[in-house]
Design a protein around this ligand. Structure first.
Ligand code: DX5
Ligand code: ZN
Length: 218
């Protein structure tokens, strides 16, 4: 299981201390980019992201919750992202545009991911599954950390796992929102490969929280 702490919840008054703990205890870092338009909240720009890039060799997983994913793909590719995941809803479900963006992200030698909101049926992205490196299932409404996990996401994870097996594909299944030591076991059992966790990891001792999350996937 890949654990991807969401640095939306990092305590920036303790940046270097918390980042060195993350460097030693997890595989990926998850960055929520919010434009105040696709979602009401605003988060990181490229300057802060580049500062992270200077201090870590972890895989930097950039989740762009923005209305113009083409523009922000350029911004965060230039800033040093390893993978970029955009929202199907941001392109109004236009499969051709989604395919163009997936190809564009890959042309920058980055992992290409697609994300769907809790209300979007997973079957709608089926035509894209052979193209993507990663599928991100939102288990809360995008925009804020600290919300409660929505259990319907488990069915989507299971669907994606079965589709992957039946079609011999190898995309990663990532889950984002309300992930904790109570639901990690089920998420693992249904087929999740990457768990994003913000509040759970940063509320208290980071190292032991990551350990707890990892242990509960067993
Ligand atoms: C929500 C973000 C999440 C968020 C998760 O829009 O995409 O990555 O940081 O935070 P928690 O784990 O607190 O739900
Ligand atoms: Zn996210």
């Amino acid at each position: 299981m890949i654990i991807a702490p969401s640095v939306l919840s990092l305590d920036y008054s303790k940046f270097s201390e918390q980042l060195s703990t993350l460097n030693e205890n997890c595989e990926w870092l998850h960055f929520d980019v919010m434009d105040g338009h696709f979602v009401p909240n605003l988060s990181f720009g490229p300057k802060l992201f580049k500062d992270f890039r200077k201090c870590t060799s972890l895989f930097l997983d950039v989740h762009i919750m923005v209305s113009d994913p083409f523009y922000y793909t350029d911004v965060f590719a230039d800033a040093g992202a390893d993978g970029i995941t955009f929202h199907y809803e941001a392109l109004n479900g236009d499969l051709d545009k989604c395919n163009v963006l997936i190809t564009y992200i890959k042309s920058k030698y980055l992992k290409a991911g697609i994300s769907i909101n809790p209300g979007t049926p997973v079957e709608l992205i089926e035509p894209l599954l052979k193209e993507v490196d990663l599928v991100l299932i939102m288990s809360v409404e995008p925009g804020y950390g600290g919300q409660e996990f929505m259990h319907n996401s488990l069915n989507k994870v299971e669907y994606l796992k079965n589709y992957k097996l039946n079609n011999n594909l190898n995309y990663l299944i990532e889950v984002d929102g309300g992930v904790n030591d109570k639901n990690a076991h089920d998420l693992n059992a249904k087929g999740a490969d990457v768990l994003v966790a913000g509040s759970f990891v940063f509320n208290g001792d980071i190292e032991s929280n990551i350990e707890k999350l990892r242990n509960s996937t067993n």
